[in-house]
Design a protein around this ligand. Structure first.
Ligand SMILES: [Zn+2]
Ligand SMILES: [Zn+2]
Length: 403
């Protein structure tokens, strides 16, 4: 089968990092840890394992940062032994083709999406008993046993013909979902969990910084879960501004000076110190930073009101450098969010994926207009280039395997 992966091979990683400034395409060169490989179908390594064939898979920013070998070896996750190889592609809908006798949740012919795999090992796919406290609650992403290295790992990912998985890593697709909807459940779940980390109360003002797919899905999740909040979207590109408005943003900050825009929308007072140092008193109740760079997080902390909250939703795999004074000076809360798991909403507990599907059925979440480009696997480099260049109008680019 064909598959695309990145190896945690330190000399190759260092070589790519050193050469990237002068050689833009070095990640595709033979010395790179990135591989487009043709490998024999791997065996199923245990009684609860199965094999799937892919139908549609999205390209996610986290895949792209792995592909570009962006991770800094000094960040926390890099210290964990975890995966030695990362198969790219997790927003994937597939068909089960083969199951071992211990599999109880699936049979050949079932459609499935990847739920608890891309993020690594956890108690259930390593078959660790008793479950750690987070896995027991359904938050596989926070597993305390993630790096114990027990049990086999799946081979292959969403960017390729198929993969092997432990049954606990997969989620069954209901018949009333299209393949495209199914492939978008995972990125929609990221939006839903992000909104629920600090759901705005009625009348509160929220700011979404960055309108790539995470920001756009967050806007529709906020509109669905907190219909009476006021949403402002900071979006750089015209097609993102249009889509943000369509998905429920009340205000758009585009080319306007964002500090003046925050003051205008929230009634905050803007003060200008030396050397372009600007600070607001007042601001948004909640700011969702869906970019996550030093610059956007620094601004987000200043755009939140005293006692407000900044949710770090953008993922950057490197240490940041910024002014954190608003955290103590204005008692701004800084919290983070990681993908999906278990949520509390409307008086009950939900798996994030269950809640997304419920909201899709109610028409409160949509995928209309979000998948802008489709490519066959052979055109993977063109697909990646399209996803990376927002001037193409790209929102979500997918591989379509034509089944
Ligand atoms: Zn993703
Ligand atoms: Zn666990």
């Amino acid at each position: 089968m064909r598959t695309i992966y990145v190896d945690k091979h330190i000399p190759k990683i260092l070589a790519v990092k050193a050469l990237k400034p002068v050689w833009g395409d070095v990640v595709y060169a033979p010395l790179s840890p990135v591989r487009f490989a043709e490998i024999p179908d791997p065996p199923l390594p245990g009684p609860r394992w199965l094999r799937v064939r892919n139908r549609v898979c999205g390209i996610c920013a986290s895949d792209l940062s792995l592909l570009h070998v962006e991770a800094d070896p000094q960040i926390g996750p890099a210290a964990l032994p975890g995966n030695q190889r990362f198969y790219l592609g997790h927003e994937v809908v597939s068909i089960v083709t083969e199951v071992e006798p211990g599999v109880t949740r699936f049979k050949p012919g079932d459609r499935v999406i990847m739920q608890a795999r891309f993020q690594g090992a956890h108690c259930r796919n390593q078959e660790i008993e008793p479950l750690c406290r987070h896995c027991a609650e359904g938050n596989y992403i926070l597993c305390e046993n993630a790096s114990r290295g027990i049990g086999p790992r799946g081979v292959g990912g969403g960017w390729g013909d198929g993969y092997t998985a432990h049954e606990s890593e997969l989620y069954p697709v209901p018949d009333d979902l299209s393949d495209d909807q199914a492939a978008m459940v995972e990125p929609l779940a990221v939006g839903v969990r992000t909104a629920l980390r600090r759901l705005p109360a009625p009348g509160e003002k929220a700011l979404v910084v960055g309108c790539g797919i995470v920001g756009l899905n967050l806007i529709q999740a906020l509109r669905a879960l907190a219909p009476d909040c006021h949403i402002t979207a900071l979006a750089r590109y015209g097609h993102q501004q249009l889509m943000a408005r369509r998905l429920g943003a009340d205000e758009i900050i585009g080319n306007e000076d964002p500090y003046r825009a925050v003051a205008r929308i929230t009634g905050a007072r803007l003060y200008e110190g030396m050397l372009g140092n600007r600070m607001l008193l007042g601001g948004f109740d909640v700011v969702f930073d869906c970019v996550g760079t030093s610059a956007t997080l620094q601004d987000s902390l200043r755009w939140a009101r005293a006692g407000g909250t900044v949710v770090l939703a953008g993922v950057k795999l490197k240490p940041l450098s910024l002014d954190l004074t608003p955290v103590w000076y204005q008692e701004v809360n800084l919290i983070g969010v990681n993908s999906h798991g278990r949520e509390h909403w409307n008086g009950r507990e939900w798996e994030t994926f269950d809640l997304v599907i419920e909201l899709l059925r109610q028409g409160k979440l949509t995928i209309d207009g979000l998948i802008t480009h489709r490519f066959p696997l052979e055109k993977w480099r063109e697909a990646i280039a399209t996803a990376e260049n927002k001037r193409t109008g790209a929102i979500k680019v997918v591989f379509d395997y034509g089944h």
